[in-house]
Write a protein that binds this ligand. Structure first.
Ligand code: NAD
Length: 377
C-alpha cells in the first residue's frame, strides 16, 4: 500500500501526517480546498500549514462536496485518510447545513464513488472525535456508571459547573472507552459520528478496511493561529501575544485530554500500517485530563508575559465539562504510547508560536456571533 490520499492534508493534523508518511517513503496526494478560516485569504503567503506541504506532495485544490474532485483524487490510491471537515463545535450549532454538507454529504460522495466506480482503495481511515461521547463516562457514588445529560443552564448561570445528578450527588469523570455511550452535545459531534458509522458500514460491505480514530484535543506546532473557532491553545496564544488578557470560561476547572500532534500522527500511521486496526474504532488521546487554568498558567510561564487570567463564569451551550480517553485499546492492539508530555508539548508549541506572524484572530467577533445566536451565556 504505497499511494495515500489525505483529504484536509493541508490542515493541522493532515500536513504533519503528509510529511511524516512522505518521510517513510509513501507517495502522498493531498486534496484540500484551503478553507480561508484555516489558511487565510492568501494561503501561499498566510498559511504556514499550506506552505509546509507545498511542493512536497501531489496537491489537488479540491472540495469534498464535489464528486468530480473526489474522482480525480481517488484514482490510483491504496489508502484514503479522510480528515477534511468543518471542525468548530460552537460554530456547528448555527451553521448546521454547512457542517452536515461538508462532513456528512462529503463522506457520502466518497463512499458512493468507492461503491460504484472501479478503484484500488484497500483501506479508509476516518477522523472522528471525542465529541461523539458528549460528556462521556462518570461515576455516581451509589448508582455506579452514569452517562450524564448536558448540564442545566440555570445551574450554570449560578456558577454551578460540575456535573450533578438530579439527586444532588456530584459525579466523578472516568476515562471514556470506545464502548461508552454515544450522545454528542453538538451538531459537530453528530456529524463526526455519522461520518464514522457511514465509513465503518459502507466500507465493510464493499471489502475495503475501515478504521475510525476518535481524536481528543490535538494541539501543537502548526495549529492554525487564524481560526477563532477551535483550538484553545492557539486562541489563547493569539490573545496573549496581541497584548490582551485572557478570559477563561466557566470556573476554569473544566478539563480536556490534550494530545500532541506528533503523537496523533503516529496513531494514524499505526492504523495505516497494521492490519489489526482494520474494522476498529480507536480513541486517540493521552488518557490524562488537564484543566483550562493549568493550560493558561503554562502559557503564562512559557511566554513569560504579563497578562491576567480572568475567570469569566461565561459558558457556551454544548460545551462539555470534562472528557478524557481510555486508551487501553489502541495501546494493546497497536502498541501505541503517547511520547510527548503536556509540559514538553506546550514548550515546543509556544516556541513555534513566537516565530510566527501573529495577527488578531477575531476571537471577540466569534464570541459576539455566539452571543447573538444565544449560545454564549
Ligand atoms: N485538532 C483536533 O483537536 C481534532 C479533534 C478531534 C477531531 N479532529 C478531526 O480531525 C480532522 C483534522 O482536524 P485538524 O485539526 O487538522 O483540522 P484543520 O481545520 O486544521 O484541517 C482541516 C483541513 O480540511 C480542509 N477542508 C475544510 N473543508 C474542506 C472541504 N470542504 N473540502 C476539502 N478540504 C476541506 C481545510 O482547508 C483544512 O486544511 C478533522 O476531521 C477534525 O474533525 C480534530
Amino acid at each position: 500500500m504505497k499511494n495515500i490520499l489525505i483529504t484536509g492534508g493541508a490542515g493541522f493534523i493532515g500536513s504533519k501526517l503528509s510529511l511524516q508518511l512522505k518521510r517513510k517513503g509513501y507517495e502522498i496526494t493531498v486534496m484540500d480546498n484551503l478553507s480561508s478560516q484555516i489558511h487565510g485569504k492568501n494561503p501561499e503567503t498566510d498559511s504556514p500549514l499550506y506552505k509546509s506541504i507545498a511542493g512536497q506532495v501531489n496537491f489537488i485544490n479540491g472540495d469534498v462536496v464535489r464528486s468530480e474532485d473526489w474522482e480525480k483524487a481517488i484514482e490510483g490510491q491504496d489508502v484514503i485518510v479522510h480528515l477534511a471537515a468543518e471542525t468548530g463545535t460552537g460554530q456547528s450549532m448555527y451553521q448546521i447545513e454547512k457542517y452536515t454538507g461538508v462532513n456528512v454529504s462529503g463522506t457520502a460522495k466518497m463512499l458512493d464513488l468507492l461503491v460504484n466506480k472501479p478503484h484500488q482503495v484497500k483501506k479508509v481511515i476516518i477522523a472522528s472525535s471525542r465529541a461523539v461521547y458528549g460528556e462521556g463516562k462518570y461515576l455516581h457514588p451509589e448508582l455506579g456508571l452514569i452517562y450524564p445529560k448536558p448540564r442545566n443552564v440555570e445551574e450554570m448561570r449560578k456558577g454551578h459547573f460540575e456535573i450533578q445528578y438530579p439527586d444532588g450527588q456530584f459525579l466523578t469523570a472516568l476515562p471514556t472507552d470506545e464502548e461508552s455511550k454515544i450522545h454528542p452535545t453538538s451538531i459537530y459531534g453528530i456529524t463526526k459520528y455519522a461520518q464514522e458509522q457511514m465509513v465503518m458500514t459502507a466500507c465493510s460491505s464493499m471489502g475495503v478496511a475501515p478504521v475510525a480514530v476518535r481524536f481528543q484535543n490535538v494541539y501543537g506546532e502548526g495549529q492554525s493561529l487564524l481560526n477563532p473557532y477551535t483550538g484553545i491553545l492557539s486562541i489563547f496564544s493569539s490573545q496573549i501575544l496581541n497584548g490582551n488578557d485572557i478570559n477563561v470560561f466557566e470556573d476554569g476547572k473544566e478539563s480536556r485530554d490534550f494530545i500532541h500532534v506528533d503523537d496523533a500522527v503516529e496513531a494514524v500511521v499505526k492504523c495505516i500500517e497494521n492490519d489489526s486496526a482494520d474494522g476498529e474504532v480507536f480513541n486517540v488521546g493521552t488518557g490524562i485530563p488537564t484543566d483550562v487554568i493549568t493550560v493558561a498558567e503554562n502559557l503564562k510561564k512559557f511566554y513569560n508575559r504579563d497578562f491576567e487570567i480572568n475567570i469569566s463564569g461565561q459558558f457556551r451551550l454544548g460545551d462539555i465539562r470534562h472528557n478524557f480517553a481510555d486508551i487501553s485499546k489502541i495501546k494493546s492492539r497497536l502498541n501505541f504510547q503517547p511520547q510527548v508530555s503536556f509540559e514538553e508539548g506546550i514548550s515546543k508549541f509556544t516556541k513555534w508560536v513566537l516565530q510566527q506572524n501573529i495577527r488578531d484572530v477575531k476571537f471577540k467577533e466569534s464570541l459576539e456571533e455566539m452571543k447573538v445566536k444565544g449560545l454564549l451565556k
